[in-house]
Design a binder for this molecule. Structure first.
Ligand SMILES: [Zn+2]
Ligand SMILES: [Zn+2]
Length: 371
């Protein structure tokens, strides 16, 4: 018997199964479970997306290991994951601007649409945002439902492995773009996937030099592969001295802090040149003490706090960057694993032996006929 549904008035692919595989936080505590759950249904303004590939984020690792942040935010049961590419399998009756079969990524921050921030083009700081894979079911599954307005149709020339990571690429793009980098020296602290993307973007945006600072040797090698001009190990190198030598004794004009480590945040302010810019994306575990007088006030610097992606300026910037320079970020995707091997992906990230890990859905696994 075909378990697929047909619903009048909805545009949909044939053979959508009633149940699907999904990576679920089933209960409050460590771990994730690969299990079967009901396939979600698209509401009138939503889309059902058949997932083709999904990126594992540091956020997913926190949800898996159940850290303090996850404990306070996640309400199990929850289908995890927020970075994806897929194709539209069904559309609600009110959706007109995309079609069944379109290949799409999507902005995982679902904004309320009517707060002061949403109404003034600042949806990235919406006060009532819901994030897929965090506050509502996400994309580590054969199918995902989200508002069709959040979808981003992907040009054919961008492969699935890169289309799946528009979200973290967008974090990097947003961070690089908050202050001018063209013709200026840039230091990037933390070379996880987002820091690595930022190195390539800062180069493409015309930085006069890009210095990467990262304690993990695997990631330092990746930083060199995405062509940082100088790669430093803060656990062994005299970072202020070496960065000073590289920047006319003045320090970098722009520092991007991607790690959230308290020492790294202090280092960012220590290094930045008088009158320079510090952009903060990494999220520290708690309060961080700074020498505000010496490193901030007397330097006359500007601090930029970065949250999410600008909707949808950042997405256009990412797409244009990938169409022109996608080879520059290829080294960041270190592993493409079958969805069923998710454990290996989480282990690699735990061990710091990966850039970005992408989980690929086996073709034909979703949308198969059930008997
Ligand atoms: Zn993410
Ligand atoms: Zn809002």
């Amino acid at each position: 018997m075909d378990g697929g549904r047909t619903v009048k008035g909805l545009q949909r692919m044939s053979r959508i199964p009633d149940r699907m595989k999904a990576l679920v936080k089933t209960k409050a505590g460590p771990g994730l479970e690969l299990t079967e759950v009901p396939t979600p249904e698209a509401g009138p303004s939503e889309a059902l997306i058949r997932v083709r590939a999904a990126g594992i984020c540091g956020t997913d690792v926190h949800i898996e290991e159940w850290n303090d942040w996850a404990r306070g935010r996640i309400k199990p049961p929850l289908v995890t994951g927020h970075e994806f590419v897929g194709e539209i399998a069904a559309l609600g009756r009110d959706v007109r601007h995309v079609r069944v079969g379109d290949r799409v990524s999507g902005e995982g921050h679902i904004t309320c649409g009517h707060c002061q921030f949403c109404r003034t083009g600042q949806g990235h700081i919406c006060q009532d945002v819901k994030i897929i894979g965090v506050d509502r079911d996400g994309c580590f599954a054969e199918y995902l439902v989200m508002p069709a307005d959040n979808l981003w149709p992907v040009p054919d020339r961008i492969p699935d492995t890169l289309a799946a990571v528009f979200d973290p690429l967008g974090n990097a793009m947003h961070t690089v773009m908050v202050a001018p980098v063209s013709g200026r020296s840039v230091a990037i602290i933390g070379a996880g996937a987002i820091g690595l993307f930022a190195i390539a973007i800062a180069r493409a945006a015309g930085a006069s030099g890009v210095i990467a600072i990262e304690p993990n040797p695997f990631r330092r090698r990746l930083a060199a592969k995405v062509r940082a001009d100088m790669v430093l190990d803060p656990t062994r190198d005299d970072v202020p001295a070496l960065v000073g030598r590289e920047t006319e004794g003045l320090g970098p004009q722009v520092v991007l802090e991607m790690s959230g480590h308290p020492d790294a945040i202090r280092l960012a302010f220590r290094l930045v040149r008088n009158g320079g810019d510090v952009a903060l994306l990494g999220i520290p575990p708690g309060e961080v003490a700074l020498d505000w007088a010496r490193d901030v006030i007397f330097k006359g610097i500007t601090i930029h706090a970065v949250n999410g992606r600008r909707m949808y300026d950042t997405w256009y910037q990412c797409q244009n960057f990938l169409l022109r320079d996608r080879l520059a970020v290829r080294p960041v995707i270190t592993h493409v694993l079958p969805f069923e091997n998710f454990r290996r992906g989480f282990e690699l990230l735990h061990a710091g032996r990966a850039g970005k890990v992408v989980l690929a859905m086996s073709p034909g696994a979703a949308g198969r006929k059930r008997s």
